[in-house]
Write a protein that binds this ligand. Sequence first.
Ligand code: PMP
Length: 442
Amino acid sequence: MSNRHIATPNDFRAFWMPFTANRQFKQNPRMLVGAKDMHFTASDGRQILDGTAGLWCVNAGHCRPKITEAIAQQAGELDYAPAFQMGHPKAFELANRLVDIAPEGMNHVLFTNSGSESVETALKVALAWHRARGDGSRTRLIGRERGYHGVNFGGISVGGIVANRKMFGTLLTGVDHMPHTHQPARNAFTRGQPEHGGDLASELERIVTLHDASTIAAVIVEPVAGSTGVLIPPKGYLQKLREICTRHGILLIFDEVITGYGRLGAPFAAQYYDVMPDIITTAKGLTNGVIPMGAVFVTSAIHDAFMQGPEHLIEFFHGYTYSGNPIASAAALATLDTYREEGLLTRAAELSPYWEEQLHSLKGCPHVIDIRNTGLIGAIELEPVAGEPTKRAFSAFLRAYEQGLLIRTTGDIIALSPPLIISKEQIDQLFDTLRKVLTQVD
Ligand code: PMP
């Protein structure tokens, strides 16, 4: 059966869809059957402008021939190679190429298959690193309210999204959460980094004092929290986290699954904000979202601490069947080529002023209580309907889709993150549609 012809409700029964209201969706499914550059094709033939780069991942746009051809060629040449005690050239080449664009000092790469796995890998590296240096009492982890670090147990433990945690019981123990930095009362309609809230980083100092630094392994934050509605770091905030971590011997992990690979106008947020973490987690844009793959960057200081024992022994007991998978590596290499040839890792910096201007022109539209932006990311926060949070934004999502635009909503926040190839005309089209949609939602 072709996916264009799914017709009866029974056809939808088997797939238990992720992060989806399954019963509602299956009554009125939204099906995508094709994609090219900035657009999806819906099952009814309509062109849908991709305002979200899929799920923040299709940075170079859809079905780029260079990437799809590299995948096809690799699949015919070396489809799979064992990931342990064996190598293949593309994984090594990819790691070197990634180090070339990474912040200085991030010299080593571990491969995973997703953002969630990158987070688990980073947390395990942090714990094992302290232990390798004889500091095994450092086991506590610190995350942040409204943080999203994927869906595995480590990630939801350090993550701060209540809904993602509360179904699952105890989770990791020894985890604390700093407050989030969203302060709409003080920062509403800020362009770029908010003025207020940098002082919230001192909450880290309070947690460190509470438990003693000698018990704390790592702090993990998204430089820009994406999934909970685009929370941009207030001025000075990341610098202060860095300073506190350094002072207390705590590792700082940036979860750059969204911000990595050009989303802000530099390859990574660490470069954009000029704050150097110890570990960076990535995925999504690494392969343009086309093949599942993640990469975790670590400094030489971290890597080298594992390379001290006898040479014949495995240094780190961790890895995946598909770590550095040949087809994923080929996809990532072709993606990096595309980013380089088209200047996409810095294009968001060029487009950002235009993007910002058009986005903020929605100020004054019905229900809009805040607008914020950084790089090629935007958020429009709507006043929630009393007693029915999420209703208004979800209604905007449905209406936008009907009118040929894919947006993403989280709570009552509309999040935008188009492919980095978007043109100014397409930016206009995106915001013209949204302006109309906002006058239509109740
Ligand atoms: N970390 C962050 C910051 C993310 O935004 C995401 C995905 N949105 C993840 C981790 C998890 O990535 P994945 O869905 O690939 O597991």
